[in-house]
Design a protein around this ligand. Structure first.
Ligand code: ADP
Ligand code: ASP
Ligand code: MG
Length: 808
């Protein structure tokens, strides 16, 4: 025989009850079916009772909603002929319920006993409806055989008596027995009690164990036991097989899918539990049993309990004293307070205990009383309670064969800026539990799930700021590569924010990149403060802020982002070339927080210049000299200039073809090259500021005063002078190159004429070239050359930086 339990989610609607009917009626063998109350009804019964006890007349409206819900259900699913008798039962139960509520309202008293009576109506009503619906089902009252007794101030199962009564009750039962879950009665007084919230699972397990069932099936609304709560972790997936121990550990730490006490009775009898989806019967779900074959996964699942308080018992008198822990746990147990985590360092001078928030005040009180004498003499401190916390557990029996799990766990949390307040690992090594701030719970679960379970794919969450030529290209490249990266690299690039200079959109589930422009156009105006708030507020794991702007304001956000464990990838040169102290602080912050600050495209667009300098330095080389043409714009201009194309026209073309900065004055003033040289020099290990760079320029200073319109208007005034010099240059068979130099830390930029045998002479179009003279590359400098500007290659360079973060 089998025991099948259907949760509230499986008796919540007409559709779900009809699924239940099909499942039960298709069973060939004898079954006991246990049902919960209609979904949400237990909560509603409690809320209504609270209104009544507070003298709020709205309890009557709420009560009517309970009536309505059940009546509608009966009308929708029960054939007319059967409905008559059922309605009599239902009406009788609902009338009793109303009288109890009236009593509570009038006396303004809601004892534990009355509340237990009230909540029992949920299962009593639902089970009668289901029993009538299912052909040939016989209804049983669970209170006649599930017996409890009062222990430590709580109703607890009397297992022996219950087993005996269950066996008697079902010794000659029909093919289908229908039992209300959750409800029970006191073995002495016979008063209605219950097995605690979620207790229908337990009812089913007790019956399965007593009757030596072949299997216990838990029918719910998800495809089995999953690696994490699917409501918090969208990428959670079904675990095919779990051991009893693993299931117990996960349930104890909040995996709501099974009520924790459920596992024990069936585990003792070696009866497997199958967790299945009422709405998707084809899915095999999860099997929970004693021995799992061929399973090598160290971690099976992650679960969590929010609303944790950590109580620390501390004092010098605890060191080496035998019996302190005995007293702590005895006094807590005597007061019915359950402890779900304990952490004690070997120094023994403090023990931290995790309890639920609702038990915290009582726990502190009883502990303070227990240790009153020690506290008075100063040998111990008064109890310290810290609330607003959450406890997380990673669970798996194979952890005990796998070194490095704790390292990976804490490393992952650390890199995401999550600090662990307390932790515990039992010697059985099936569970590592730790406590974090509640506000970091979601993020912790996500990073851990990502790190331990993403056998499917890893996620990187991107905030992209700037949708101009570089940003726009980058978004398009990500869109195009998306499925390929998922397939080949198991990497999901999830763009969770896109900001233009005027608007911004955010979506933690990922923005559809095919129509982001329309969405941006429709969204409300945004500014830098909102951008900061949204990025920090999303507090999403594995996140990268990508700056494709040239904005000062945007670069001012990096420090805060890095501090909050958000990596920064930027095409914007402002931060890395700003004052040396700020540059250093950004780099140090990234290092300290375990995230990345990458700006390869600041120099030479997609060319691997900064990365190469880093590699050389890291391997012990020393950069002695840098000689480079670093401005794609200026190189383009000096390659374009001819008898036919005057200087001013080349500038215009550079702008139109996307080679120049949005404001070409930044290129022509040499500022752009100065910034790049400063960045390279710093990365080569020298301290330098922009002011230290010696400049020999080719556009007089006064051209940079005034507005951009003035600049364009005045620019042709330089054409004649340029043409004269150009002719001379041509005659000498030389070319202009704007050269940046660093020699043992000394820096300069200048317009130079290079002759035909110089490596810079043949530099085409907007290309860049860098010669690195190092201790190892002394006689023949290392040479890096190629496109040094252009939206596509710059975006690709940004993309490469993003990929390097994905691979950490
Ligand atoms: P029922 O009404 O069937 O008893 P519950 O709401 O008590 O259903 O439990 C099922 C819910 O448990 C799922 O809808 C899911 O959101 C939640 N849940 C939490 N952790 C897990 C997990 N690890 N695996 C599956 N479901 C989980
Ligand atoms: N109806 C009860 C509850 O909501 C028991 C259960 O659903 O298992 O807690
Ligand atoms: Mg449940």
């Amino acid at each position: 025989m089998k025991v099948l339990k259907f949760g509230g989610t499986s008796v919540g609607s007409v559709e779900s009850i009809l699924c239940l009917k099909r499942i039960v009626e298709s069973e060939k063998q004898q079954v006991v079916v246990v049902v919960s109350a209609l979904s949400g009804i237990t909560d509603k019964l409690i809320e209504t009772a609270k209104l009544a006890v507070n003298g709020n007349e709205r309890y009557l409206e709420e009560y009517e909603m309970i009536v309505e819900r059940h009546k509608t259900m009966v009308d929708s699913i029960i054939p007319k002929d059967k409905a008559v008798i059922l309605n009599k039962t239902i009406d009788g139960l609902l009338a009793e319920l109303r009288s109890i509520y009236n009593g509570v309202y009038l006396i303004r008293d809601l004892s534990e006993k009355t509340q237990a009576a009230i909540v029992s109506y949920g299962e009593r009503l639902s089970s009668n409806i289901v029993a009538t619906l299912i052909e040939g089902a016989k209804w049983f009252d669970a209170r006649e055989f599930i017996k409890t007794e009062r222990k430590h101030g709580k109703q607890m199962l009397d297992s022996e008596l219950t087993t005996q009564l269950v066996c008697n009750t079902f010794s000659h039962s029909p093919k289908i027995s229908l039992v209300p879950g959750f409800i029970s009665s006191d073995k002495i007084s016979g008063e209605t009690t219950n097995l605690g919230r979620g207790g229908s699972d337990y009812t089913a397990s007790i019956i399965a164990a007593a009757l030596n069932a072949e299997v216990l099936e838990i029918w719910t609304d998800v495809n089995g036991f999953m690696t994490a709560d699917p409501r918090v972790i969208p990428t959670a997936y079904t675990i095919n097989e779990l051991s009893y121990i693993e299931a117990m550990e996960l349930c104890n730490f909040g995996a709501k899918v099974i009520y924790p006490p459920t596992i024990y009775p069936v585990c003792v009898k070696n009866i497997p539990i199958r967790v299945k989806n009422t709405f998707n019967t084809d899915n095999p779900g999860t099997i929970i049993k004693n021995k799992i074959d061929n399973d090598r996964k160290p971690i099976k699942g992650i679960s969590s309990i929010n609303g944790t308080t950590l109580i620390t018992v501390t004092g010098l008198s605890m060191v080496g004293v035998i019996g302190v822990n005995r007293r702590i746990f005895t006094v807590l147990a005597d007061n019915g307070i359950s402890v779900f985590m304990v952490s004690q360092a070997s120094s023994e001078n403090s023990t931290s205990i995790g309890v639920r928030d609702e038990d915290a005040a009582n726990a502190v009180d009883v502990l303070n009383k227990e240790f009153a004498k020690e506290i008075e003499t100063g040998a111990m401190y008064p109890m310290h309670a810290e609330s607003g916390l959450a406890t997380i557990a990673i669970v798996g029996e194979n952890m005990k064969h796998t070194p490095g799990i704790a390292g990976k766990l804490f490393g992952t949390l650390g890199r995401s800026g999550i600090s662990v307040i307390a932790c515990a690992q039992g010697a059985s090594e099936t569970n590592i539990s730790f406590v974090v701030e509640s506000k970091l719970l979601r993020k912790s679960l996500n990073v851990l799930h990502d790190s331990f379970f993403l056998s499917e794919y890893k996620v990187l969450n991107l905030f992209i700021c700037g949708i101009g030529t570089v940003g726009g290209n980058l978004i398009e490249q990500i869109r195009q590569q998306h499925s390929q990266l998922m397939e080949n690299r198991r990497l999901k690039l999830n763009v969770v924010g896109i900001a233009s200079s005027r608007t911004a959109i955010f979506d933690r589930e990922g923005i559809d990149l095919s129509n982001y422009k329309e969405k941006l156009a429709k969204s409300t105006p945004s500014d830098i403060d909102r951008l900061r708030r949204e990025v920090l507020g999303m507090n999403i794991f594995n996140s990268v802020f990508v700056d494709c702007t040239a904005s000062n304001e945007v670069s001012s956000l990096y420090q805060t982002f890095l501090e909050n464990n958000i990596s920064v990838v930027t095409a914007n040169k402002i931060a890395a070339s700003s004052d040396y102290e700020s540059y250093l602080k950004l780099k140090e912050t990234a290092l300290r927080r375990g995230v990345k600050f990458l700006f390869e495209t600041n120099v030479g667009a997609g060319l691997p210049i900064i990365g190469t300098i880093n590699d050389l330095c890291n391997s012990g080389d020393k950069i002695l000299k840098i000689e480079a043409v670093l401005s794609g714009t200026l190189n383009f201009i000096f390659n374009e200039i001819s008898a036919e194309v005057p200087f001013s026209e080349t500038v215009r073309r550079a702008k139109e073809q996307g080679y120049s900065e949005p404001d070409p004055r930044i290129d022509l003033s040499g500022k752009d090259v100065v910034r790049k040289l400063v960045i390279l020099t710093r990365e080569a290990g020298y301290k330098v500021e922009q002011e230290d760079v010696e400049k020999k320029l080719f556009v007089p200073d006064e051209f940079f005063d005034g507005s951009i319109e003035d600049f364009w208007k005045n620019l042709p005034n330089l054409d004649a002078d340029f043409e004269e010099k150009r002719k001379k240059l041509e005659a000498e068979n030389k070319r202009w190159r704007f050269v940046a130099k660093m020699d043992h830390g000394k820096t300069s930029v200048s317009l130079e004429s290079v002759s035909i045998n110089h490596p810079f002479y043949g530099l085409e179009g907007s290309n860049n070239i860098v010669l690195l003279t190092t201790e190892r590359y002394k006689e023949y400098p290392m040479q890096i050359q190629g496109y040094g500007a252009g939206a596509g290659v710059t975006a690709a360079g940004v993309f490469a930086n993003i990929m390097s973060i994905a691979n950490i």
